[in-house]
Design a protein around this ligand. Structure first.
Ligand SMILES: [Zn+2]
Length: 184
């Protein structure tokens, strides 16, 4: 009984929190231009997780409509899934391989948007997030090696970029350059 009510309480807290973000809709933290990258390292493997406004990646937040917009999405998706090292590169000596990668657009649900409109008339249009994930397996231990982040070079609309590394050493690094390396 106790466990069940705790779960109910936690999910209530999560849902009320997600409704009180900048745009007042169901997406997580959603501030245009502001992107957080999470990298979890365990021995010789790593998991990368990016969740941020689609505007920073695509230049728009609605689902791609025109062939040009579809191409923009597809090109970035291909880049993420097939050429991740052009954005997030581990030390070559580690001999890392991407074992899983996904790049998806999550458009907010319409029912939530109509609720939002009632409360916040000035906010118009659809918002969406990009959820990009990747799993990496290397031949050697990752901890202590250099990581190179080129996300700002690829996605020009990213203004504030923070990388949080969780592993043997946990750190938060602010990426200010188009290409920036730091020790992980
Ligand atoms: Zn938005």
């Amino acid at each position: 009984m106790k466990t069940a009510s705790m779960i109910a309480l936690v999910s209530l807290l999560i849902s009320s929190n997600s409704f009180s973000n900048e745009h007042g809709h169901s997406l997580g933290s959603h501030e245009h231009g502001s992107i957080q990258v999470g990298i979890a390292i365990e021995g010789s493997s790593a998991e990368i997780d990016i969740d941020g406004p689609a505007e920073s990646f695509l230049g728009f937040e609605y689902a791609p409509k025109t062939s040009k917009e579809k191409k923009i999405f597809k090109d970035f998706q291909t880049k993420w899934t097939q050429n991740l090292e052009s954005m997030i590169a581990f030390d070559k000596q580690l001999n890392c391989k991407v074992t899983e990668a996904s790049f998806e657009q999550e458009v907010e649900k319409e029912e939530v948007e109509s609720k939002t409109k009632a409360n916040e008339k000035k906010e118009s249009g659809v918002h969406s997030d990009i959820e990009a994930k990747a799993k990496i397996t290397c031949a050697k231990n990752i901890s202590g090696s250099m990581l190179t982040i080129s996300l700002k070079k690829v996605f020009k609309n990213i203004k504030k970029l923070t990388v949080e590394v969780v592993g043997a050493d946990t750190k938060k690094v602010e990426i200010t350059q188009a290409v920036q390396s730091f020790k992980i």
